[in-house]
Design a protein around this ligand. Structure first.
Ligand SMILES: Nc1ncnc2c1ncn2[C@@H]1O[C@H](COP(=O)(O)OP(=O)(O)O)[C@@H](O)[C@H]1O
Ligand SMILES: [Mg+2]
Length: 140
């Protein structure tokens, strides 16, 4: 599930225009276009390998499309990825913990991504990975 923070009701929240994505020889997306307006709940369905995750990654500015354009809350995923990332939330069905990080660092990262200014009774700065040594670093 992805959510988009956007103030204006009725405007196009997600706009996908002829987006294609290839991984080498694999054509994951072939000229996909869709519009999702503010307030709409949109289900993106398809069998394994259909390209759902690839499209979500493009809409969250994690991977660029090979061609085409996509906009989230009016911002281009390729030209304004930071603005896009500030506005989207993604709850993945799969476990998305980073194996290279400690439990504390994973919690800190998720809190940061969710814009949580206060976490575990202290500020994020107090809970940053560098200050977490001795508490979270041994827990994996
Ligand atoms: N990083 C990648 N490298 C190479 N091929 C990939 C990569 N990610 C996805 N694919 C391929 O792209 C196609 C679409 O995958 P994906 O977007 O994960 O589909 P879905 O989420 O609908 O199962 C599949 O054929 C998959 O094997
Ligand atoms: Mg998938």
């Amino acid at each position: 599930m992805i959510t988009v923070n956007q103030p204006e009701e009725g405007t196009s929240t997600i706009s996908v225009r002829s987006v294609s994505k290839s991984y080498g020889d694999v054509r994951a997306l072939d000229s996909v276009s869709l519009e999702i307006r503010s307030g709409e709940i949109f289900g993106l369905l398809g069998p394994n390998g259909a390209g759902k995750t690839t499209l979500i990654k493009i809409l969250t500015a994690l991977v660029p499309p090979t061609s085409g354009e996509a906009f989230v809350a009016g911002y281009s995923v390729t030209r304004q990825p930071y603005e896009v990332k500030r506005r989207v939330g993604w709850v993945a069905a799969e476990v998305i913990l980073d194996d290279d990080l400690t439990a504390m660092e994973n919690l800190w990262l998720q809190a940061k991504l969710q814009n949580m200014s206060d976490w575990r009774g202290g500020t994020l700065r107090n809970c940053s990975p560098s200050s977490a040594s001795g508490t979270g670093r041994t827990v994996r």
